[in-house]
Each structure stands twice: as structure tokens, then as C-alpha cells.
Design a protein around this ligand. Sequence first.
Ligand code: SF4
Length: 1012
Amino acid sequence: MTTELIIAPPVTGKTTTCIQRIQAIRTNQPLAQIWVVVPDRLQAAAFRRRLAGSGGAMGTYVGTFGDLYRSILERSGTYVPVASSPLLHRLVQETVDRAVAQGNLPHFAPLQLLPGFILALRESFAELKRSLVYPEQFLDFTGSGSAAQKDLAVLYSRYQARLRELNWADPEGISWLAVAALERKSSTPASIHLLVVDGFDSFNGAQYQALKMLSQQVGDLLITFPGKIGSQRPAHRRFTESIERLIRELSPQITTLDLSPNLPPDLRHIESQLFEAEISAIQTPGQPILLEARSPADEAREALRWIKSLVVRENVPLSGCMMFTPNPTVYHPLLRAIANEFGIPIRCTQHEPLSNSPAITALLNLITLPSRNFKTRYLINVLRSPYFEFSMSPETVDKFEMVSRVAQIVEGRDQWLETWERLAPSSVPEQSDVDDERILPGLLRGSQAFELRQVLDAFFVNINPPDQLRTQTEWITWLEDLLDRLGFYERANSERDQAACEAFRETLRALVLSEAVVGERCGDYRQFLADLQGTLEGVGVREPTLVGQPAVLVGRMVEARGLRFQAVALLGFSEGVFPANEHPDPFLDESLRATLGLEQRLQREQAGLFYQAITRTDQYLLITRPYLSDDGEKWEESTFWKSVQRLFDASVIKTVRPDDPRPLSDAASSQELLFSAIRRRSLPQKYEFLNDRWNGLRHSREVLKARRSKHASGPHEGFVEPIAPALSQRYSPAQTWSASRLEYYGSCPYQFFVRTALGLEPRVLPKLGLDPSQLGSMLHKILEETYKSVTDPKDLQAVLDALMITSEQIFSTAPRIYGFRPSSLWEYEKVQLHDKLEKTVHALGEDSSWTPFAYELVFGIDGVPPLEINLGDETLRIRGVIDRVDRDTNGQLRVVDYKTGSSHLASSDLKDGHRLQFPIYALAVRDALNLGTPVDGIYWKILGAEAGSLKLAKFKTDTAQGVDAAVEVVCEHLLRIVKGIRSAEFPPHSPRDGCPSYCPTAQWCWRFEPEW
Ligand code: SF4
């Protein structure tokens, strides 16, 4: 019965020695029981492979400490079922609930319903158990501690008592039971001839205790450990403390392998000099070891390119390559996407979180809708989700979205109900598109609104959870029925979706089982959701299987031990990533950890981890880092990066910048090859199989060039001659034009194309407050009705009195007429709007020379003939509505156009062709309405209570002045506009004062300039 501890630096043959011992025993005693314990399944598989390669693995059991514990318990005749993760979650939650109900949790009670709290508690319990800290001990330790520590001790003790009561164990509890069995000597480990413990660089409390017991009970115990006896090297500090404890507790016979690590010269140099205060020499590396790229995405790309080049050029097998990252959340999705592009199969050691799955995200969005009070943003997303069958066409969902926007439905079924009640009985006249400030979206009303309401009501009834307390199993049955009704599982049919659905169903099954074990848990829907979401946290999805396929392994930095590869890439060596900035544990602070013998959180031995990581390779090593942070700032190197950098001259670093030219031979995917070829403007003949994509890219290049040029021209910038015949037909001389539509073209031809020719509208989220068209329509109507209702519009007091009455009347019916849902601010908004209208009436009355006499004069609609303008080659027919016409004492006329906005109202806007309405209205007053010849026209800013600077009487060109000059300018623009539309010339052209925010292309137009 001997215990031997083999201590040696990495790559000096520790595992080989273990295998030789095993094979030596096998030669003489083929039936001897031999156990090998390694840190994880990955290492178990690797050890088995090496064992098989050295003469056979038959009869040798290779597993983890967990496997060994279970074997010990079986041998001792103890069977305790291990609780699943959902069951443990439920147990911890129940423990917290009971403690709160009994008033035993004064400090943590407010955190009771937070799912993250339960998860954090589970981690703390597991850590305490791994370190063999028993509840009674912990209660004693914390007796004089903080309120948080006392609460934690109460919960830990109650949790453990409940587990015992149910006769279940958690995974860490198995180690306790195994240690207890060993202490009782009730198992028969003596039949184990040799127990090998290999690949560890530290042990937890339970493992130390188990090893101590086993050293007295198994045949021989052989432990390997990295490092050197009495080493003072900073790189060995992590191992030195463990070695000292092993020697203290096991009194082993010590063997040191005094061999030099079997590594290539550069790696041996790093291994021997890492973190040393004095270094022996600065070397020139055979090739760069440190690679910096712009971002984590570029870094992942370069690391995978390096691996691919080793596989293709150096014949390194895929399974001989490994990548370690400190932050799987950031790096694993990047590596998956880029590996897919490069055609490199990769396998991540950590499962993808279930919450990353699109199908599960859609499902959670659906079932959390009621608890989010049907927030419109989520509601519309759910209705559009491809994962559910709601028997609704996309057009119907568009209508819901439009209603929500117009009616300002932000959330809640009550807001929908209020809107339907407003829309259903009303029949509001259609809005004409004659004034851009008053074009209201065509809301469905009457029976159409009623039909829409029925569809949405059916949806709410379908997905709304019962308003009762139910057991968890009943809630799960309800959820499964809902998902069946919506065809969720049939629609989630990709390989990835199916794996996620299977993991989800497994979680539901485990929740049902937990209720069978622990007892019913009755709660409302909110509680069920919290339980479900808490349980789903931390559940991973297995990657789609790569059966029989070799793959590059991608693991976490903490897994970088024991395994050996031909090529290893280490990612994330910028400041704060690795070594990571540690934060104190909120439950187990540093002093408590020190007292209990737990690993320190703030001085965790990341240096030891790094040392292990760089010594995992036999041949090739690459360390990478991003050099720019997300906000474009320089990102400093990490201390570990610098510790390698200082061992070599400058050639150890390679910096890859996105604009650096790259030889075609370095391309790792056809995309990269084409990208480089485009830069060098030729694709060699040997790649002619890529010709189709090459031609597509050249075309894209032409498009980009056109869009980047200063002046818009050519077919990629709105000059679409092929559709000119169709447009000429659509906008034929028989067409009656809307003045505001013509202005769109005058302002920006591309805006006209998108907005008018294609009829596209911007998609905006509903928000509180009136939209500009609702506000414009309402204010125009109030002013019109006010002036119309007085006998003498010059009697200011009479107008103000009338304003009071009409504004009240129009405000009271506005929600129904204009389709919006008054917010809680509506009363306040009405007062404010009335104040502004009063100011505007005062200001309008200041110029006593003009008296309004005609309002809302339409032409070209409602049976009134259109304005006909003779442009020489054709007569243009135009429709419109004139807000108001004034007359002075001499009988001269003035046109007034109300505006709620205040931009683009200067003379230059008319000259540039952005404002055309005035001269057109002046002509309409004269020619279509036969009221006489206007001598002036003004834009009136309703909210600003002043006129715009463009006044027709003062308008000047080089040759003329006044209305005639304006008409002349407008006619020139009209000719240009009509010709441009029919010739299909729609170049994007940002207006002088910037693009209007309501332009439907503002979100994606490459020539967008913000308005100022
Ligand atoms: S964003 Fe500006 S340039 Fe682009 S279409 Fe609209 S108005 Fe024209």
C-alpha cells in the first residue's frame, strides 16, 4: 500500500509514466483492477486513447472523481439518487420561500423572487460542499458574521436538511457520502490494485479528504502533479501550495522527473522564463507567437486562419488543434460563425446556452407577453414570429402595427379595447393626399375595425393564461397544449431548433418530476414563469452532432490542463479579459473564504492557469488579442501578453490590420479570396469556378462607387431608364397631380420614388404623443372652423371666443376622428395647444390690412375642376386644398398656408424647388376658383405664431418680382419634375437644410443628412 507523488513540470512525461506503470501491472496481472481519475470527460477520453495506443485499455477504468465517488458508494451498498438541476432549483427556491414565510431571512427576503438569486445560492452551496464545509460548521463560523452571512448559513442548513429528508443528494453531496463511506471503511476500495490521479493542478477539500482515505485503502495510489518541490517560481505558485498540502496530508513517496520539457525551443524558452524577474536571454522566435487584430471578431478570424493553415500546410490533424478562450459568451459565437465560413468543424466543450436559441427566445417572448402587459413591440414581434401559427396573414399584422402606431397603443389589452371602441362605430371621411401635413394613415373603421378586433381578441384568448393558482405540472400541461395549438414544435424544424426544443422539453419533464419528488407547488402564472425562467438559466444545448468527424476543440481557459495538442491558440489577451478583473463574491467574502479554506476570489491563480495553457501544445502556439475596444479606443495588452512579449524581440508580434493587403494564398475561405481579389482587381484563372460570385462582387463594387461619388448619377443612383415607359404610362398627361407629391420630387427625387411611386412608409414604434399628421389635421380644422364661425374675422375678441368653443369641440372628438388614444397627458396637451392657438390668432390679427374670407378651398377634388397649368408641351392638371384666402381693403388677395412645422419655409426653398405650393395655390385661386389674382402669399407657422420668411409679394428672381416671378420659377420646376418622373430619374438629393425626419428612407439612405 504505497502512495507516490510524481512532481514534474509540464510535458516531461508524467502521463507517460502513469501509462507505463499501468501496462507493467497488466503484463503480470491482467485482471488487476486499475482506476484512473482525471479532471473531466475530455481528459478521460484523451487518456483512454493514449492507453489504448500503448498496448490496450481493457480492464482499466478511466473517469472523473464523480465516477469514482459513485463507484465507492455502489461498493458500500449506498444508493442515493442525484437530483437534477431543475429539482435542485426547486429545492433552493422552496428553501428560500419557507425561510421568508417563517421570518428567518431578514436580510435576503427582498431577493426572494429574483431568479439570479437562486442560481447564486446554488453556486455558493456547491462551493461550500466541494470544500467540505458542513452546515453546522458554517452556522458556527457565521454566528458572529454579517446579516448576509447569517442568512446564507440558515439557507445552507435548511437546504441540506431538506435534501436529507427527501433522501436525495446534489452532485456535490455525492462526494460527502463517498468520503463518509471511505471514513467508515464500508466500501471495498482495497480491490483497486492501482489508483492513478493524473492531470490535476489543484484539489478541493472533498478531493483531498477522499485521497487521504483512499491512500490508506487502495493497493497503490499514484498522483501526478505539475511544478517542482520547493519552487519559488511565480508560474508554479498555484501548484506549490497544493503540493505542500498533499505532502502534509498523504505523506507520499515523492518522485521528481528531472527532465527538460519536451517542447520546441521557443516554447521551452517561454516555459522556463515565464514570470521570472530576471530572464536569461531575449530570443528571436522562429515565427510570430503573439498576434493582435482589430477586434475580437478579427482576432477569432486570425486564430482560425492560423489553425487552417497548419491543417492544410503542415498536416496537423484537426483533432490535434485546440483553442482556449477566457470568455465563451464573446468568443464562441464568433468562432462558430467564422469556422462555418472557413469550413472547419469545431466542437465547443461548453454547450450553447438554451436562451441563445432563436426558437426558445421566440417561445419566451410569447409566454412572457401577459407579464409584460402585452407591450406592443413584443406583441408585434410575436405575431410576426415564424415559430407560431396564429392564422393571421402578414397583412393583418401590418394593420395591427399601423393601428398601434396611430392610436399610440404602447401596451395593454385595455388600450386596444379603448381603440376598437373608438374606431368601431365611427365613419370618418377619407383623407385626401393634398397636404403633406394632413395625410392621415387610412385607419380601418366600422365593420373592418370590428373584424380586426375579433382576430386580436381570439389571439389574446388563445395565449392568455388562466387567472388561477395551479400546480407546476398543471401549468406545464397548459403550456404544452398552447405550443401544440400554435404548431411550435412542427415549425421549429431545423437541426438547431430541434436540439433546443429537446433540451426545453427535458427541462419541463424535470420540473414535473421535481413536483412528484418534492410535492406540489401551487402558484400563479407569474410565479410559474419565474420558476421556469430560473430553471432554464444555465441549461445548455448540445451542438448538432459531428458524428465520426474530427473537429477542432474550443474550450475555456480553465480547462487548459492535462490535455496535449499539436497546436494551441489562446485568445483574449487584452487588459481586463485575461487575466480577468475579479470581483468579490457577495455571499462569501475574502476573509470568510480564507477562514473556511475556500479558494480566494480576488487573487485566483490565473497566472498558474496561463502557465498550464501555454504548455498544452507540443509544437505550435499562438496567443492573440484585440487591439481596439468596442468604442474604437486603443485596448492595452494584458500582463500575460507582456510577460511573453518581453522574452522575445519585436518579431514575436504580428499585427493584422483590416486594410493590410493580403496574398490570395492566405485566404481561408472563398469569401476572403474574393475580397482580396477585388482589392487587387483581378481573379487568377485557376479560380474561375468563382466567376459568378466574382462578377457579382464587381457589380457591387460599381454600386458602391456610384453611391460614394459626390454627385448622384447612373443606374445605381436612381436613374432607372428601363422603368421609364411604365412610369410615363402611370404618370400620363391625364394624371391629376397633388401639389404636395410634386414637392416631394422637388425636394428629393428619390424620396418621391420611395414614398409615392413605391408607396412605402417608415415603420415606427408607437409612442406617446400625437404624430405630426394628427396634430396638423386637428390644428388646421380648429382654425378653419374658428374663422368660419365668426361674422367679422377682424373682431379679435369674437375670434378668440369662437376659438374657445371650436377647440373644445374638436378636441373632444379628435381621438375618434383621428384615431389616437388620448394619453394621460392629453388634458395638459389640450391646454397647451389652446394657448398656442390663441397666440397665433393674436399674431394673425396684428396685420389689420388683411381679412380672411375663404377657407379650405379645394380644387381638383369633390367635383371642383383641377388647376390646369400650360407648360408648353402639355397642360398639367393639379389638385390641392388652400387653407385660407385673405382680402385687403383694395380687394387684393393673399393666400395663407398653415404649417405646424417650421422648416423649409424660405425663399431659397422655392428657388430650389422644395416649396412649390404657394405659386400653385395662387394660380388655383385665379384660374381654378376664379376668385381673382393673388398679390401675396405666406406660410403661417401655427405653433410659432409667425409667418415664414418666404412671402410671394417679396419673392425675386434676376428678371422678375412677386407672384409672377414665383409662378415662373414653379413652372420651370414643374417641367423638370414631370420630365424627371416620366424618365425615371430619381437620384437621392439631400435638401439644403438636411433630410426630413419623416422621409421613409431616412433609416437606410446612403445620402441621408440630418435636418438642422
Ligand atoms: S434621406 Fe435625404 S437624400 Fe435620402 S431620400 Fe430622403 S431626403 Fe433624399
